[in-house]
Design a protein around this ligand. Structure first.
Ligand code: GLU
Length: 502
């Protein structure tokens, strides 16, 4: 690594939520900045107005905050080389476009959309790849401007030099490309807005970016970028293209995986950071897991805190081969992390999960949430917690009884479970102290009196008060609910008997 202070950036286009691959890119850049005492810049690449999705910047910032990845410069934080929204930097791109036009290194391209479409069609008919053919002679700047003034849709194209292009990639090594493979590409659209390629290299220069870590899907853009940097006299940052992330079945992990699953009638997989947050994962687990998508700490060390990851991180340890997104491993990480974070943090994260899923649990006090978590020890994600203790927050009359559970636990053997509920109603109604010891003694007494096993007493209560056969221990279940709710639910369950009989 050079002695120069490291400046890295994450440059999302606001086209939706933060994708998990994008989160990996943020993380690696952020790690490099934190490891080297450098700066991590957040820049919003919002020049493609047609792909702009309302409020996606807000969502991206929110997900970054949830992950705990802070930025030193950028939206809401400011910095010396802003603005950090490209849509607010149009005059800067214009200045460099003018410079290239004046020096003859870019030109107004006068072909109409119809002419280009016809040329494309011709190439297709001849089974050739279409490449834009540079006009000869090139239109002059005056001709181009006159055409624009006359209302024609004229873009500016970069005049690609003929020297071969060499990219030094810190992961892939030397990547060499023939200049002829890159056509004269558009740097300014006809409406005066820059394309991604152009805005990106102007900003990387003006923002002093020293290292660019980004996905391998951008490798095909890099020859364009380094060539423009050379022509404009800009510095070329160090590039490192990160391995592509694949699903377990070998397909490339993409946003479209969700649509594909929905079309097949399947549960959509989590793809965006927000999906994982909503599904009840902890940021600690997700960060730890994505840090290993392409990078390794060495040895077989895998479970690392963020501080340990910073300590151990280096670009040298990022591999070139595809990374595999192993969901079972992520679940195992989450299960483990849930036992490692402090109780206060777990409560805070459970509340966040409940809030974004609009669950009634969101308004419970901290002590209640802590107790709930204790009752669900060993859970994999907060979804498990919700499945196990959601009943606490359901209205007594809104409990949905699982038909199979009612049949098996209450109605079977001529309604033995229903009969037990009647004994329980009387006994619980008269219980002097509603606490663990009292409840346990009561259940034991009923077992002896009726000569049955524990399950014959506990399961009917469980089904009566939760609607299902899954809940924390029976005393925890009843303590969480309190006497009134317990009795109201037992009453309601007893009334199911009439319906079962018909
Ligand atoms: N705005 C680009 C994207 O979201 C950034 C690519 C880059 O890092 O240069 O893919």
């Amino acid at each position: 690594m050079s002695a120069e202070a490291v400046r890295v950036r994450f440059a999302p286009s606001p086209t939706g939520y933060l994708h998990i691959g994008g989160a990996r890119t943020v993380l690696f850049n952020w790690l490099l900045a934190r490891k080297t005492g450098g700066k991590f810049v957040l820049r919003i690449e919002d020049t493609d107005r047609s792909r702009h999705v309302e409020d996606s910047v807000g969502k991206i910032l929110e997900d970054l905050r949830w992950l705990g990845l802070d930025w030193d410069e950028g939206p809401e934080v400011g910095g010396d080389v802003g603005p950090y929204y490209q849509s607010e930097r149009l005059d800067l791109y214009q200045k460099y476009t003018d410079q290239l036009l004046e020096s003859g290194q870019a030109y107004y391209a006068l072909e109409s959309a119809e002419e280009l479409a016809a040329a494309r069609e011709k190439a297709r008919a001849e089974k050739k790849n279409f490449t834009y053919q540079r006009p000869n002679p090139l239109p002059t700047v005056a001709e181009g401007q006159a055409a624009r003034d006359a209302g024609r849709q004229v873009p500016v194209r970069f005049k690609m030099p003929t020297d071969d292009i060499l990219i030094q990639d810190d992961i892939l090594g030397e990547v060499r490309l023939a200049a002829a493979d890159v056509e004269d590409f558009v740097i300014q659209k006809h409406d005066g807005w820059p394309t991604y390629h152009f805005a990106c290299i102007v900003d990387d220069e003006l923002m002093g970016i020293t290292h660019i870590l980004r996905g391998q899907e951008h490798l095909s853009n890099t020859p364009k970028h380094v060539t423009m940097q050379k022509v404009l006299g800009f510095r070329t940052p160090r590039y490192a293209h990160l391995p592509i992330i694949f699903n377990a079945n070998g397909s490339k992990m993409s946003k479209r995986d969700k649509e594909k699953a929905i079309a097949k009638g399947l549960e959509p997989p989590e793809i965006d950071v927000h999906d994982f947050r909503q599904a009840g994962y902890l940021p600690e687990a997700l960060l730890n897991f994505i840090s290993l998508l392409g990078w390794s700490a060495g040895g077989d060390r895998e479970q690392l805190t963020l501080d340990e990851t910073i300590e151990l991180f280096s670009v040298d340890r990022i591999g070139a081969t595809n990374a595999r997104f192993d969901r079972d491993k992520l679940i195992a990480f989450n299960t483990d992390w849930a036992t490692k974070v402090s109780q206060d943090r777990l409560v805070m994260l459970l509340r966040d999960f409940a809030t974004i899923n609009a669950l009634p649990m969101a308004t419970a006090d901290d002590a209640t949430l802590a107790k709930l978590l204790e009752c669900c020890a060993g859970f994999r994600t907060f979804r498990d917690v919700q499945a196990k203790i959601g009943f606490v927050f359901t209205g007594d009359n809104e409990i949905e009884y699982d038909a199979k559970a009612v049949k098996k636990v209450l109605a079977k053997n001529e309604g033995a479970g229903f009969a037990m509920l009647e004994h329980l109603r009387a006994a619980l109604g008269a219980l002097a102290s509603w606490d663990q010891a009292g409840i346990e003694a009561l259940i034991e007494r009923l077992c002896t009196e009726h000569d049955v096993k524990m399950g014959a007493v506990a399961q009917p209560i469980r089904v009566a008060v939760t609607g299902s056969t899954v809940s924390p221990s029976i005393h925890d279940t009843l303590l969480l609910l309190g006497r009134d709710k317990t009795l109201a639910r037992i009453e309601r369950a007893i009334n199911l008997r009439a319906a079962e009989a018909t």
